[in-house]
Design a protein around this ligand. Structure first.
Ligand code: ASP
Ligand code: MG
Length: 414
C-alpha cells in the first residue's frame, strides 16, 4: 500500500474545529486506500506561549528543560488529532518523536535529525492505523527529548516522508502555495506551480517564510517532492522539487523565466567602515570579530579609495543585531586604524531569484534600469548565480518590488 505523508502547521490545527477538519481530510486519504502518516505542529501560538511561561520562571533556562517544555505543544495536537480520527471511526495512534524513532544529535534546542528508525511506525501502519507524529522533536542517544529548531516540524515531515519513501510530502499550511512575491505587496503576484529547491531556499532565507529552510535542504538531499498547499481547500499548491523533475513534469515554460520570484527583506541594517588601511588581514579581523559575537553578516562590499592605500567596507546585518554589530565594528575600527564607522537601519533588501539567470545575461542591468526609472537609488549590490540583491532605502522597498515584478513579466495575465 502506498503511504501518504501530510504535515499540518500550527494555524491548521489551531482550534478543536480545525483539528476535526484535519481529521476529516486525513480520513478521506485513508478511505481512498492509502496508508497515512501525519506530522503536526503545536496548536496556534502554543510554542510562543510556552516560551513566555518559561521566561516567567527563569532568567536562565536550562536547554534540556526548554526542550522538555516546548516539545509538549506538539504532543497536545498529536493526541487530539488521533482522538478526532478515532471519533470518525478511523483507527489512529499518536507517537512522540522518540516513539516514532526520530533520532537526533545530542544537542538541545537545535539538533539535526540523524536517522529514523521505522519499526514502530511500520508496525502501526500495518495494524491499519493512521499514525500521527509530533513534529519538531526527536530523541537523542541519552534518551532525552530534543527539539530541532523553531519551525522544525516541516523538517520532521520531510525526513519522515523520505524514510518511508513516500512519493511526496504534503505540507498543509495557511497559504496556498509559493507566490512570485508577497501578494500583499503585489496583488498581481502569481502562485507558482513549481519551484526548485535552490530557488525556494533563496526565497525562504530572504524572508518568504513559508517553509523551514532545513526542510527544503533535507528534501533536496533525498529528492523528496514537497507539495506546499492550503489546509482550507483542495486546490493544488506549489510543488518544490529538482529542476530535472520540473522539466519532466512539463514545467519547461516556467523554467525559461530568468526571474521566478522577488523577495523583500525589511529586517536588515547597513554598516560602513571607512578608510580602512588596505592590507592583508583587515577583512579577516573585522568579520572574525563579528563571527565571534555570533552576528550574521550578509552582503559585503569593499571598494577602493582613489589613493589606493585605503578601502571602504560596507555590509548588512539583521536589524536586531545592529547595535551589537556597530560596537564590534567600532572596536575593530580602532584596532585597524580605520577612519570611522557609519550605520543605517533605514534600509531594506530587494532580491530577484531564479535559476534561469545563469543562462540569461542582462538580468542585472534590467533590474538596475527598472529601479533607475523610478528614481530608486541602489546603495549596495550583491549577486550569485541565482540571485541579485540590492539594498535600497526602507521606504522604497515595496515600490521596488512592484516595479521589478512588472518589469520581469511576473504579473498575472488578466
Ligand atoms: N511548534 C514549533 C514552533 O513553533 C515547531 C513548528 O511549528 O514547526 O517553532
Ligand atoms: Mg511552520
Amino acid at each position: 500500500m502506498e503511504v501518504i505523508v501530510h504535515k499540518y502547521g500550527g494555524t491548521s490545527v489551531g482550534t478543536p474545529e480545525k483539528i476535526k477538519n484535519v481529521a476529516r481530510r486525513v480520513k478521506k486519504t485513508r478511505d481512498a486506500g492509502y496508508e497515512a502518516v501525519v506530522i503536526v505542529s503545536a496548536m496556534g501560538h502554543t510554542t510562543d506561549e510556552l516560551i513566555d511561561l518559561m521566561h516567567k520562571v527563569s532568567n536562565n533556562p536550562d536547554p534540556r528543560e526548554y526542550d522538555m517544555l516546548v516539545s509538549t505543544g506538539e504532543q497536545v495536537s498529536a493526541a487530539l488529532l488521533a482522538m478526532a480520527l478515532q471519533g470518525l471511526g478511523c483507527p489512529a495512534v499518536s507517537l512522540t518523536g522518540g516513539q516514532a524513532g526520530v533520532v537526533t544529535e545530542d544537542i538541545y534546542k537545535k539538533a539535526r535529525i540523524k536517522e529514523i528508525k521505522l519499526d514502530r511506525l511500520k508496525k502501526e501502519l500495518k495494524a491499519g492505523k493512521v499514525v500521527v507524529v509530533t513534529g519538531f522533536q526527536g530523541i537523542d542517544s541519552r534518551g532525552d527529548i530534543i527539539t530541532i529548531g523553531r519551525g522544525g516540524s516541516d523538517t520532521s515531515a520531510v525526513a519522515i516522508a523520505a524514510a518511508l519513501k513516500a512519493q511526496v510530502c504534503d505540507i498543509y499550511t495557511d497559504v496556498d502555495g509559493v507566490y512570485t512575491t508577497d501578494p500583499r505587496i503585489v496583488p498581481a503576484a502569481r502562485k507558482l506551480k513549481y519551484i526548485s529547491y535552490e530557488e525556494m531556499l533563496e526565497l525562504a532565507s530572504l524572508g518568504a517564510q513559508v517553509l523551514h529552510p532545513r526542510s527544503v535542504e533535507c528534501a533536496s538531499i533525498y529528492d523528496m517532492v514537497i507539495h506546499l498547499r492550503s489546509s482550507q481547500n483542495e486546490t493544488e499548491g506549489t510543488y518544490i522539487m529538482s529542476p530535472e523533475r520540473i522539466s519532466e513534469e512539463g514545467g519547461k515554460m516556467e523554467k525559461k523565466e530568468a526571474v521566478r520570484g522577488i523577495a523583500l527583506d525589511e529586517n536588515i541594517a547597513k554598516i560602513g567602515i571607512l578608510k580602512v588601511p588596505d592590507q592583508p588581514g583587515t577583512a579577516a579581523e573585522l568579520f572574525g570579530a563579528l563571527a565571534a559575537e555570533k552576528i550574521n553578516v550578509d552582503m559585503i562590499v569593499q571598494s577602493i579609495h582613489s589613493a589606493g592605500t585605503q578601502a571602504d567596507m560596507a555590509f548588512t546585518v539583521d536589524r536586531p543585531d545592529l547595535k551589537r554589530a556597530v560596537e564590534v565594528t567600532e572596536r575593530a575600527a580602532r584596532q585597524l586604524r580605520a577612519e570611522n564607522v557609519v550605520s543605517d537601519s533605514d534600509v531594506c533588501k530587494v532580491s530577484l531569484v531564479g535559476i534561469g539567470m545563469v543562462s540569461q545575461p542582462g538580468t542585472a542591468s534590467k533590474m538596475f534600469a527598472a529601479l533607475a526609472e523610478e528614481k530608486i537609488n541602489i546603495q549596495m549590490i550583491s549577486t550569485s548565480e541565482i540571485k541579485i540583491s540590492c539594498v535600497v532605502k526602507a521606504e522604497q522597498g515595496k515600490k521596488a518590488v512592484q516595479v521589478l515584478h512588472k518589469a520581469f513579466g511576473l504579473d498575472k495575465v488578466a
